[in-house]
Design a protein around this ligand. Sequence first.
Ligand code: GLA
Length: 394
Amino acid sequence: MSVDRADVRAALLATVPEADADPSSVRLVRSPGRINLIGEHTDYNEGFVLPMAIDREIVIAFVPTDDRLVEITRLDTGAVARVELDGDHERSGTWGDYLAGMATVLVERGVPVRGLRGVIASSLPIAVGLSSSAAIEIAAAWALVGGESPPLPALELARAGQQVEHEFIGVNSGLMDQLAVTLGRRDTALLIDCRSLEHRPVPLPLDRHAIVAVDSGSPRRLGSSAYNQRRAECEAVVSAVAERFEGVHSLRDVNADMLDAVRDTIEATAVARAEHVIGENERVLGCVDALGRGDLPAVGGLLAASHASLRDRFEVSSPALDALVEIAGGVAGVVGARMTGAGFGGSIVAIVERDAIGALRDAIAKEYPARTGLQATVHVVEPVDGAGVVDDGA
Ligand code: GLA
């Protein structure tokens, strides 16, 4: 389900006279979205995550210009975002904030940016927990430097995207999404150690199984303060433990015994948040081991435990996500399912025998609207390479 390159190129030629006059100057860049298999709310605690870049993407077709204006038209709605590269950027609450934010952040990092006229197209659903934000940030970065070479080395590029979230969008996110959409590799997930930023591809059993995202139809409200509040709760635990133990800088340094030692001095909810993170890091490593051994029942058990912990200890699930996980869990051939991404709505991820995808769709269609009053959408996703230039052969 990639964006049709010919469509977006044709739209650019029809909208932008400079492109029509010189089609050889047209460039295409893309960024995938991501789905996280396991390791939720661990990234900003310097823990482990296991995401993959997915074959749903954002594509920008454009011509670089020598002026200081960035003007991009949405292929689907015709809405236009305009950014004056040398002007001040007022936050507008629209997708233009990502462009303006990335332009500012690149310049701050000493990267020259250029004007452009472009068209943006997407096959990535927005605000459903599949990282459309990271995708637009990283695609914008590639476009803003002219679309020929990388805007920055990969890790720094990911950090630039994260900086946009922090300073222009108001979400104190971790680095997982930007790393996943930048470093993703075809056919594999990525195990990332969010402390050292070491990462390695983890093969998935994709011959007989598929990775399935199910959008709950209840939009994720990440900007809402709940995400930032969770992060602050985790930091409060770190401060309490650091008063008693040396060398504690993040929840990655905290074990169950240390948590026990401060249990009576901090809020019970904060303890529960930390228990989630400590357990989730172990589950990520356990999942990578189980995948390596081909032990899919163990993988399924870890996904289920992750969901339960996010629901009961970290409290970022929702009745809709819980219903989807329960429905998926009742379908023969579903290896495991859990909420994915920040939570508070959004999507679940499931590992499903390819032959059982139809049964999963049927079960969701039959049970989910009746239980929740919502409509869910099933997306079978494949792991793809991270962001970059598109060679569409034109
Ligand atoms: C969002 C954030 C990530 C990560 C997840 C939860 O996707 O952008 O940094 O914290 O939530 O795992």
